[in-house]
Design a protein around this ligand. Structure first.
Ligand code: B12
Ligand code: SF4
Length: 495
């Protein structure tokens, strides 16, 4: 079968992100013997014209469309990507009758709602290598997706042939999320990896899937399953070494939900990097759980330059209500160990979850200031995603959680702090200089980000906030949402 895989994401803030998930799907389809071509809409001025030209020239039998982001998860200046997704689907429908299959993390968060509004033929939520290949093979043999489990139909419902694993809720992890990640490396050659590096992006690498924790607001266990499924350290480091060989030195990001847990896994990867003497700069998401001095030192020695430490709060009551598995003392200790090991720390915080009070906000801010992190990213309000414990908690109390099936990005701010929070956080940010308030105040304005990237600055921009001179860029309020494409300019043409 001739398969065209299209990545719809055009967001380049905070950095352009290589379509890794689609490259995995492409590798699986190729491995199964299909002819696969990739089209990435991230760069360039007239993406839809390119899309039309490619479909006309390549004449695919089937199109897989990857939707990475629903919105930028920032409040109050929220960027919603739905209209862009609609434009891409409408364009495809206008130029070909080939079946259109949706997938990707954004799609997987709202599969039923996206199926109903976008008008594609089928959709696969969650990790999709197995089911995408099964779907292609079925179609090749004249068997429709109805015969397969866990495929979304155009009306949003799920196929559920008798005798197969039942899929009771649309966002539950698919059967494949209970097995090891596929042995195949992503087919990066389908897209222009080097262009991402040139434009300031980080190379992305996945060492495991899943997350065992149950933080109240988090979608990651829904997307990847709630068990860790790790790759062999040697295989991960082989893939990194191949990327460095083919593309020269460039910063890498481990896209695992949290990279530093379980402990044996991160130790195995760091030791393997060290054993081979690979010179590498990398960063990752980290949890304070079991992050001690030895782990921080090992990561630093293996080339880790910074971690995004997901503490979320630094007040015990609020940590418990967010479903975190550590207390404020452990979060502070983890931050200190990282700093002492020479790692830059981006401390991420979420304010306004149920139970938040002005006192808990003040307590978290007070402790955060004492941590001397490189940067603090503080979210105002919690994004409420269907299927999460937070969604269930709010629904049980009769609160409106997801109008139109979750299509409108919905945030929760406890009424106790709704009036107090934005101004208080702005004040904290203004005093500290290195705080980023997504959706509220500009981290580094889009124009400045473009300039920095043009000057060859790559990797996470938050690490620059250690320079006091850059704090000045960090003091402005948003006039427009912080996006490269999310809200199209009325006069900007896409065709
Ligand atoms: C790592 C990460 C980042 C890193 C990326 C670094 C890098 N260079 O790669 C950073 C920190 C930069 C980042 C930034 C952002 N991120 Co982010 N990120 C992630 C994370 C943790 C992993 C993404 C990943 O690479 N996964 C690994 C790949 C292999 O998986 P995958 O892409 O899902 O692909 C699989 C399936 O989806 C499916 N699939 C994919 N495509 C297709 C296509 C078809 C046809 C089919 C059938 C299947 C299919 O099969 C694939 C293989 O199994 C996810 C959460 C998560 N656990 O998924 C959030 C996530 C994707 N991010 C999210 C968001 C919001 C953002 C930002 C907008 C936040 C912000 N304002 O800064 C930006 C957007 C940046 C941009 N340019 O687009 C959201 C998106 C959902 C939403 N709310 O819209 C997620 C889901 C987190 C969440 N809140 O739930 N992110
Ligand atoms: S916030 Fe982090 S630790 Fe908690 S469930 Fe999500 S990925 Fe896991």
């Amino acid at each position: 079968m001739r398969v065209l895989l299209v990545s719809a994401n055009r967001e380049r803030i905070p950095d352009p992100i290589f379509p890794l998930g689609l490259a995995y799907v492409g590798a699986a389809a190729r491995h199964a013997g299909h002819q696969v071509s990739g089209l990435d809409l991230c760069f360039g001025r007239l993406p839809l014209s390119r899309l039309i030209r490619r479909v006309r020239r390549w004449r695919p039998d089937l199109i897989g469309l990857s939707l990475r982001n629903v919105d930028n998860a920032a409040y109050p200046r929220t960027v919603d990507y739905l209209q862009q997704h609609r434009d891409v689907v409408r364009t495809l429908r206008g130029v070909t009758a080939a079946p259109l299959i949706l997938g990707g993390s954004g799609f997987s968060i709202l599969p039923a709602a996206y199926m109903r509004v976008l008008g594609a033929d089928w959709g696969i939520a969650g990790e999709a290598e197995d089911r995408f290949v099964a779907l292609l093979e079925g179609l090749d043999r004249g068997i429709g997706p109805e015969a397969l489990p866990g495929i979304h139909r155009a009306d949003g419902s799920l196929t559920d042939p008798p005798g197969t694993d039942r899929q009771p809720v649309p966002v539950s992890p698919p059967a494949s999320a209970r097995r090891a990640p596929p042995g195949l490396w992503p087919a990066r050659e389908l897209f222009d990896y080097a262009r991402y590096i040139r434009r300031g992006g980080m190379g992305n690498i996945q060492s495991k899937r899943g997350c065992v924790f149950h933080c109240s607001y988090c979608t990651y266990p829904l997307l990847e399953g709630n068990r860790f499924r790790s790759r062999e350290a040697g295989d991960v480091v082989d893939e990194i070494a191949a990327l460095l060989k083919n593309h020269g030195p460039h910063p890498m990001f481990f896209v695992d939900s949290i990279f530093n847990f379980p402990r044996a896994h991160v130790e195995a990867i760091c030791s393997e990097i060290l054993r081979r003497g690979l010179r590498l700069r990398w960063s990752c998401y980290a949890t304070p759980v079991k992050l001690d001095r030895e782990q921080a030192r090992l990561m630093a020695a293996a080339g880790c330059e910074g971690v995004e430490l997901g503490s979320d709060a630094l007040h015990d009551g609020q940590l418990a209500r967010l479903g975190k598995s550590f207390d404020a003392v452990a979060a502070q200790a983890a931050s200190r160990h990282c700093r002492e090991a020479g790692l830059k720390v981006c401390q991420t915080l979420i304010f306004g979850a149920p139970g938040e009070t002005p006192d808990s906000v003040r307590a978290t801010c007070r402790v955060a200031r004492g941590l001397r992190a490189t940067a603090v990213v503080a979210m105002t309000g919690v994004r409420v995603y269907p299927g999460t414990p937070l969604h269930r908690h709010l629904s049980a109390r009769g609160m409106p959680t997801s109008p139109d099936g979750g299509l409108t990005p919905t945030f929760y701010i406890d009424p106790e702090v709704a009036d107090f929070l934005p101004e208080y956080l702005r004040q904290q940010a203004a005093e500290a200089g290195n705080w980023v308030l997504p959706g509220l105040a500009a981290p580094i304005l889009p124009a400045s980000q473009r300039l920095l990237r043009a000057l060859g600055v790559s990797g996470p921009l938050w690490r620059l906030l250690r320079h006091r001179a850059l704090h000045r860029l960090n003091r402005r309020r948003f006039r427009r949402p912080n996006t490269s494409w999310g809200v199209p300019h009325p006069r900007r043409k896409m065709l």
